[in-house]
Each structure stands twice: as structure tokens, then as C-alpha cells.
Design a protein. Sequence first.
Lengths: 588, 198
Amino acid sequence: MHDTPFQGPGDKDLKRMGMPDPWEPDSMFKSTEDSLVRGQGGGGLSKAAQETLEARKQNQPQTESPPETYAFPTVEEETAEDAVKATPAVLSEAKWTQPDTLFHRDAEVSVKLALPQGKEHITKVQVELFAQTPAGPESISKGEGWAQADGTAVITVPVYKPQGHVDGPVEYFFRIMHSLAGMLSGEKQSRHVSEMALKSADHVLVPGIAFERESSFIPPKGARGLKPVEAKFREWDKTYSKKAQLAVFGHADKGEKDAKGLSERRAHSAFAFITQDAAAWEKLYVVEKWGLKALQSLLKDLGHYHGASDGQDGPKTQAGFKAFQKGAGLPESGTEDSGTRKALFAAYMKGKHDIKIDASRFCKVAGNPWMGCAGNNQVKEGREAAPENGRVAFILIVPNKHFPVHFPCRDGNEAACQAQCRKAGKRSAAGIQCAFYDELVREVTPAAAKEPEPPVKPKKDIGYSIEKAVAHLNTNAKQKSIHKCATYVRQAIQAGGGVLPTTLSHEYAKEYGPVLSAMGFQKLSTEGYAPQKGDIAVFQPPLGEDAGHVQMYNGTEWVSDFFQGDSPDIYPGPAYRNGKVNYEIYRP
Amino acid sequence: MKYTALEFFFAVAVLFHAELWANAPQKHLMTDPLMGLSYDPDSVHFDFCPRGFDFREGSITGKQWIFAKCKQDESTYYIYSGLFKHWSDRDEKWVDSIMEPDFGSVVKITGKKFEEIGTPDVLYGKKAKLSEKAGKCLVEDAVNRYSIAFGNISGLQKAVTKKGIAAENLPKILVDALRSGGVTIPDKMTGYPPEKSP
């Protein structure tokens, strides 16, 4: 924050002086990095600002038209000419309002705005958040607010990680703008953020859903494909003591109309199916005009219709409706109506496929428990249309104490998607553009990760001796399993000085992931993983088993309650190997 | 309130039935130690292990099976495995109601000498704890036992296919023995046709 009130340069002033548009962060920092970031210049003013003030003193004519590229639409009709003529407006006392914040949560900035007489109505203040990266400042997010009667404006900006950042603290600072007062740089108000606001646990794509183009209707084949989502959710629910949450992301393929709306409807459709909300399907039926073809496929799936699902009405279709209506206790009209459709949808969801997860277990965005990614994050790149792009993806999240998190997604507003997608760079998978989505998917599907492994934390961080832990395990492990892998590894951790949290369950070996995270162990990517002494691998159980497995690397081989050196890979046995069960690696 | 004799006997019958139901043994699936095939031990029958075959006190259920046996010179080799009680790490005690399949074990018995060689992963020959000859002999016997337990070679093939087992995830000598026995195994997991939707 500046020590003295600052009347910054207007946009026109900067442009006239050959400077880039201040609302374009990239261009701004290319030329004014020193002045903005390091706060050089007399009295906290940048060199550019001083020159601008000088220019104003000389009353130079204002001839240029307003800059074309504005990141924020300006509500007020005020011009820069008016600003020069008026008594200066002043921004001051800019500061963070909260003691700290987390990645993917909102941060608040407050500022005092003093306005000249006759301009009291121009109260809008805008904030841009920047992160310091090795390559220079990176624009992270923007927000706007309005000054109240006392002149104080509080503006909210979401705190995202900068592009490519994997782990460790990030330094953020903000810049505040007002159409009359210009800019106020908050580089002296920088703060560090180091903690994620959420822990995502798993990522489930639903390959079985084959949406037709421009439609969110889930046919029987797709409905069967949703079954694994429920199974996976139940599994994680058990593991995380019913703390898992589902995030549903819908997508649209290339060339599909209203990609944002369609992607949201697809996510809504899948959500409605899983929560058995037939009324929601009825609304989607009407909005998208699913038609008789969809209803025929449902009648067929329920065993009431044996003809082709071609959308053609006829005696077979009418007989199908009658048979269904009779069974459902409805008037046997032999035709579709709203009541019949709702009953049909309900029978399809509950009676036939019967997948049920409570709506309260879904992450919400702007009040709705689903998100649409428009045409972003495609799994198949290229110009050709690919049905697999128009999918619904489920991401299982195990929230930490700071949940709910700030999702950058917005209903009906693709600008939020675009803001995230502008952060170009390497992504975890082909076609993934959204930084937030990428981070979630990367975190939950380590195989797809392409980021370098995060640096190992020094041992002193958690007061833990790898040598002592490994020595304890080497001394006690047997030649064959005695079914106490969790206990042997735990005792080794404790021998190394590790203290287990008392609040997390460790009944089963598979539950050690959150325990190790809470102890300060670092979760690593499994792709290209090379074991190091003291690393711990936590396995989920193969199908039909409960406990899972946990093991520690002793520098030569994996050890649990038995020495596993005969294994050709990281897996402790063929059931894990052939089941390709999920596992996580933790490093002290 | 007075009860008639009929009502009394009815209540006793209900309680007796509930008691029987509560005490009914819970079904536990077993996983074989060579390929990780999950199966119902009431339907797929391997030979039971002789008494005193295992030393893991406390966890033994009495249900252990022999998956391979082979005589070499003066020694007899076994691959055996079984169902064991779950050990609660939190409470540090055995939980009777939860059963878990073992990783299995390869042992060598020479006279009265009982030698633990390791888990069946020794068949990969990584540490040469088991001679190639003994290993080959064991897996050939295993294929024979598996085909009998699963009904015939077709039954074994069905189980292998259902599990999606590929040669890349098995010891080479086991793959060779399975293929010699008439079981088709693709080199990679992607060699299977996609599973049909139910």
C-alpha cells in the first residue's frame, strides 16, 4: 500500500504515452513490471504515474478515443476528460480484510475511496489479483465492488494457483482501479498462500454415457454406465467416513449449439438420474424436445415395448404405453402425457437402474449441484466431432475443514470458464484447457500428471526419522504376510517419531492416505515414480476385499508385515496386480 | 395382556428362526494366490491343507487350501493360501466377522524341515529362492488343480477371461504352463474384447 494518497493515471493517459492498456495484465507487466511490482518511484508512484501527472499539469489536449480492450465493462459514462477537470478522486488504505486465505477460496480486499463533489455516484472499484511467479507477475483473477457511504469498498477476488504451480507457497498482491482515481498498486500488501482448500480423492469418468448430439437424454446404455459411479462413491464413502462429495461436470462436443447450456443440462440430467428426480427430467424433456424416440427406448428398457425406437407412433408404441400405464396405475390412454412421462422416468431411474446418491452429497455452484464446462476440456482433440467429448465426468472430493471451496464455474456464464482457460500452458491431458478442472483431474488421476514431482519436505518438518522407521520395519517384518501390514507400518512410523492424528480412522490399511497427509507426508504422482527409502504406498483393496494394503520402501524392497522383494513391481500380490487397484504414494 | 398358547409358540418360533439366521455363517470370497481370481470357495473346490500347516496363531480360520504341490528329489513344495480374520489396526485385535484372503505362501518340506520360501511372487524368479525346475513343476501342477477346481479347462478359461488376466501380469513360467494346458491368455490386458454391458 502507498504511504500517501495516490491519484493514478487514467487509461487514456497511459495509452497516449505509448503505454499498454492497463486492463490487459500481460501487456501491462511487460512494460511496467518494475514500477508496479517493486514499487519504485518517488512517494510510491511509478515513473509512468509521475509522467502522467506532469502531462496533466500541462493540460495536454485529450484527442484519443477510449481503448478498445477492457476486461471489465465500465458502468459509468464518465470520460477521462471529466476526470482531469474534476477535483482528484483518491484511493487509499487498500488492505486484505482477512488474516489469510487458501487456494480456491475468495479473498477480500478493502479500500477507501474519496470522490470529488458531483462525482459521488461513481463508486465502482475494481481489483485485479496477481501472483508472483518465476516468470514474473501473473494475472489471477478480477473482482469489483462499490464504495459505501463511508467511502469503503470491499471487493472479493478468487485465489487460484498460478499456471503450472504444483506445491509450496505463492505470493499474491493486488491492484485496485477506479475510473477517476486510476490505479493503486498493492504490492506492499502481498501475502502468501500455501494450502489447498480441498482434497480431491478420485476422478470417475462415465464412459458408458453416450449422449446424442444436442441432447442430455441418458439412454439405457448410458444409465448402465452410471452404475460404477455409485459403486465408486460408496467405496470412497466407506473409506472417508461419509465425507466424500461428488462434483458433476458436463461437457459439449465440438460444434454443438449452446455448448455452455448443453453441458449444464447434461450434468443436470446425470445429477437428476442419480438423485432419482423424475420431475427434473420432465423439464429437460420439454426444453430439449427429447420426443417419442427417447420414450420408446425407456419403454423398451422396462420391457413394455418391443418395436424399434424410431420416434414413429403406432399400435406397438400405444400398446407399450398402455402396458406401462396399467402397471403404474395410470389411466390407460396409450399416449404420452406429462404424468405418464414422469412415471416412466421414475420407473426407469428407480425401478430399473436404481442408482441413488443423496443430493446433499453433491458440490454446489451458485446453488446448483452441477457444473457445465461448455466445449472445454475435451478428451478427443481435432476438428472432427467426437461423441466422447460430450460427456459427464464425476469427480469425487474429500473436503477438508475449509470446505466448501470456491469453484470458479458459473451457471450460464461462460466468461468464468474462459477466465480459467486463458491460463494457457501444459495440461494433464490432451484437450484440457481449464486450469481449475485440470488441477482437480490431475490431483485425482496421478497417472495423467505431467508436472514434476514436488520437492521433498525436509525431515524436520514433521520431526520424523526415516532411518529409524525403516530399521524398525526391517527388524520386525516376516517372510510371509501375517495380515498385520497396517500395524507393522504404523509401528515403524511411530518408531521414526511420527505421531498419528487421533481424529482419523486407521481400522484398515486403506485408510492411511488421509492419516499420512495429516501427519505432513507428501502425496506424490505415481507416474514415473522412483521409490525412495521411507516412501509409503497405500493400496485400496481388490474387488471383494475390505482392508487394502500399506507398505514402506526400505531402500531395497517394499516391506509391510512381510518382505515383498519377490514382487516384480510395486503390487504386493496378484490380486492387486491383476486388479490394477488404485494406490497412492506418500513421502515423509 | 393375556397370550394364548398359540401366540406363545409362534413367538418362540420367530425368535428361534431369527437366532438361526443371525448365526448363519457369512459367505466369504476367496482369492487364489497365483492369478488373483476371486471365487466362492463353496463352489470352487481346492484340496484343504493338512492340519498344522500354518503357524499364524490367532488369524487361522481352518480354511486353507493347496493350490500347487510338487515333489522334487527329497523335498515337497506347496503353494497354499487361505482365508484369515481381519486384524483391526485401530483396536489391535482380530475381527471375526471380516475375512480376508491371504497373499499365499510357497513352502518346501524336507523330512521334518519346514521352510518358508516366500509369497507366490517368488515364481518371478527375481531372487532365485526357488529353482526353475521346482517352479515349473509347481505351476504345471497348479494348472491341473485349477482346471479341476473350476470344473474343467473351459471353466478356468472363463474365470481367467472374466478377470481380464494378461500374460504381462503373470510370471512367465505360469503363463507357459497355462498356455500348455489349453488356457488362452493375451499378452496384454487390452487383448480382451470389451466386456458386454449387462
